[in-house]
Ligand binder design. Structure first.
Ligand code: COA
Length: 177
């Protein structure tokens, strides 16, 4: 693959049958350990809905994004939402807009499937550009009830959260990474 390929040659599409191995390879290359690649492999056996998109050049997978369900453990009005994790782009293809294209297309797929609240735990200077806002000021937290500037929420419809507060509980596999 040539480094000079333009963003126009990159497609963002739902994961295809047979993509699992390439998705593993993308996550294993992009992250420092195989933890995220193993996480995706474990989640794919256990989770619905499964919103999994790949970025392709020709037929090769160069990026991947996954959204899986979470619970909002509001004492009075428990709810469900969806979490973005992980997103990964092969190192040689980074900084060309592929990650952003995956996030934007992924969010639009979430909205199309009726998922209107999205959480993400990640880079503090990356996710605000997509509209994500810190979750803690809304009383929402990951794991421990304390401010975490890396934990974000995005409402894809106004007031979709319905004022829910509390712990956002991911699938148990996330706590093993
Ligand atoms: C994060 C990642 C998916 C972004 O993909 P990408 O295709 O390089 O992203 P884009 O080209 O759309 O955007 C590039 C922007 O991402 C920012 N970015 C990349 N890695 C970053 C990091 N570790 N921390 C903060 N920002 C980061 C770049 O600084 C750049 O910012 P700019 O637009 O202000 O210059 C990709 O760098 C990656 O796979 N990283 C390793 C895995 C990872 O950290 N995943 C996210 C976990 S939260």
């Amino acid at each position: 693959m040539r480094r000079s390929e333009s963003i126009a040659e990159i497609k963002i599409i739902p994961e295809r049958p047979g993509d699992a191995e390439s998705i593993y390879a993308v996550n294993a290359s992009a992250f420092a350990t195989h933890g995220e690649a193993e996480l995706v492999a474990k989640l794919r056996c256990d989770v619905t809905p499964w919103i999994s998109l790949v970025a392709t050049v020709d037929t090769d997978v160069v990026g991947h994004i996954l959204f899986t369900p979470v619970d909002i453990q509001d004492d009075e009005r428990p709810g469900t939402a969806i979490a973005l994790a992980p997103v990964a782009v092969l190192p040689e293809h980074q900084n060309r807009g592929i990650g952003s294209a995956l996030v934007r297309k992924g969010l639009s797929n979430c909205e199309a499937t009726g998922e209107h609240v999205v959480f993400v735990l990640g880079h503090t200077n990356y996710y605000p550009r997509f509209g994500f806002e810190p979750a803690w000021p809304r009383g929402l937290y990951f794991n421990t009830p304390e401010p975490n500037p890396a934990f974000f929420v995005l409402e894809l419809q106004p007031a979709a959260l319905g004022g829910r507060r509390g712990e956002v509980r991911y699938h148990r596999h996330f706590y093993d990474v």
